[in-house]
Structures are given as C-alpha cells and as structure tokens.
Ligand binder design. Structure first.
Ligand code: AMP
Ligand code: MN
Ligand code: MN
Ligand code: MN
Length: 278
C-alpha cells in the first residue's frame, strides 16, 4: 500500500513520527509520506524509523493557502534543509504562536473559560493548531465533537478575522518547487467548487507549477474520485492517494493506508511520476 498524506504529533497528529511509521509498516504500507502542517520537523525521525522498518518514507509537507475555502498544497521529495523552506516554516510557526494568543482572547471574550495549560497540554511536540483548542473545548464540555467545535468556534466568519495570514497557492507551489519538491493539490473537495470552478482553479495551479492532484482520499466519494481522475488525465497531473491520517481525535475512523476502508492504493508508478515531475 501507498499513503502519501499523514500527520504526526509534530503538527496535529496523535503519534510521533517513529510511531506513525511503525503503524504504517504494520498495516502494510510500503511507501509513506509524512506531510505535517507547515513543517518538515518530523521527517528526519521518520526517515530513521522507515530505515529500521524497511519501508520508504518520502519527505513531505502540507501548506494552507489564503484561498477562502481550504485549499491545501502538499509537497513531496522536498529537501528538508532548504534554507527558504526552513525560514518560511519558522515564520509559519511564529504566526501560529501569535494566532494562539488571539484565539485565547477570542474564546475568553465569548465566555469560554479554558486555560492556556489545557490547550498546550495537547501540543507537547508542536505549535498550537486549532485541533488542540478543539480537544481542550471538548474536555471542558463546551463542544461535543470536532465538527461541532469547528462550526461553533474555529472556522466561522469571526474566526477568519483572527486567523493567520497565509501564502497564496502560487507562493506555496514556488516554495515547494524551490526546495526541489513536487506540489500536489490536497483533498480537492474542500474547495467546495462545482466541476467547472474546480477545473478553472486547477488549470491556474498547473500553470503555476502544480504536479499532481490528490484524487484518492479518505472522504472522497466514488463520484468525486472519478471527477478528479478525469481532471488529472485531461490537464496532465499525477493522480495521488492519501488518507490524511491524524490518529483518533481529528479524523476518527481514518486509518493509515486504508483510510475509511477502501483507500488501499498500490500503484507505485504514481510515485515515480511524481518524482519525475519535480
Ligand atoms: P490549523 O492548521 O491550526 O488552522 O488547524 C487546521 C486543522 O484542523 C486541519 O488540519 C484539520 O486537521 C483540522 N480541522 C479543520 N476543520 C475541521 C473540522 N471541520 N473538523 C475536524 N477537524 C478539522
Ligand atoms: Mn490537521
Ligand atoms: Mn489539509
Ligand atoms: Mn492533512
């Protein structure tokens, strides 16, 4: 199996990079990419674990863009020592810290009494993510689950006003390609575009250097996957596969390699194509 999209506790996943690699190997994944949000800080540990487990680890990253819906760009085969990428990643981390202060003030202003400690406790190995706030909100009884929390507090219009500034998709693609990597559009369904709108955006991204599109994804329906595959074939993009595994909190029911049950992607030629497309 191949899984090109997983998170570790270096961003908002549950397990350390080594644990994540070991779970992948035990599940039968032969080629894995760790794609933490904004950072490649878990890749080195992942590579060592992959060497021990006898599987291939592709250095990866996932970047959020300034698009009004969630337009995320995955980067593969990147040089984790690239100075520009490291500088940008450090900048994203600082933005996260400043945003965390704004999120606490925002929540406290709504009468939500959570302590800083109750949030930081969930992010021992990473900068604060909205998922860490969501965990603290669940524990304190303010929300029932993640979907509820994001709807109520963490992805509404009011939240967007305090969110961090993001790079444009073109800047993210440049950053990834500048570090020797191939850029791929993550989970295209989160653009919430119809077929024509999606095609327009994907053509723009391709012109900006996009190499692939994540056609196979845990929560894509068969119909969505078919649409994205047709788009990839038409525009000339590599069709990739990823679970977006985070562990039990963020996407309960999503496993490494198999996703929600039927991901099971095995076509290794896709990885070669992606490598050539850098
Ligand atoms: P951040 O990078 O701090 O803005 O947090 C974004 C993360 O929150 C995403 O990577 C997802 O893991 C998670 N997330 C976003 N929206 C939702 C949602 N509706 N339900 C659950 N998790 C979500
Ligand atoms: Mn996440
Ligand atoms: Mn994403
Ligand atoms: Mn992801």
């Amino acid at each position: 199996m191949i899984d090109l999209h997983v998170h570790t506790n270096v961003s908002d996943g549950q397990f350390s990079p080594a644990e994540t690699v070991n779970i992948a190997a035990e599940t039968g994944v032969r080629i894995l990419s760790i794609t933490d949000h904004d950072t490649t800080a878990g890749v080195r540990e992942g590579l060592e674990a992959a060497g021990r487990a006898g599987i291939t680890l592709i250095p990866g990253i996932e970047l959020s863009t300034d698009h009004h819906n969630e337009l995320h760009i995955l980067g593969y085969f990147i040089d984790i020592d690239n100075p520009k990428l490291i500088a940008a990643s450090n900048g994203f981390g600082e933005e996260r810290e400043e945003r965390a202060e704004r999120i606490f003030k925002y929540l406290w202003g709504k009468g939500v009494n959570i302590t800083e400690e109750s949030v930081y406790r969930h992010a021992a190995h990473s900068r604060l993510s909205r998922t860490h706030f969501a965990k603290a909100l669940i524990e304190a009884g303010y929300i029932t689950d993640f979907a509820d929390g994001f709807r109520k507090y963490l992805s509404n219009g009011e939240f967007k006003l305090i969110d961090s500034p993001k790079y444009s998709a073109g800047e993210c693609i440049d950053l990834i390609r500048g570090a020797g990597g191939a850029a791929v559009l993550a989970h295209p369904y989160t653009l919430y575009e119809d077929a024509a709108g999606l095609e327009r955006i994907v053509r723009e991204l391709k012109a900006a250097g996009l190499a692939g599109i994540e056609c196979y994804y845990s929560s894509h329906s068969r119909k969505q996957t078919a649409l994205y595959l047709a788009l990839a074939a038409e525009i000339g993009l590599v069709a990739t596969a990823g679970s977006d595994f985070h562990g039990i909190y963020v996407r309960p029911g999503v496993s490494i390699g198999t996703g929600t049950g039927r991901l099971n992607f095995t076509d290794e030629s896709v990885v070669e194509e992606l490598y050539k497309a850098r």
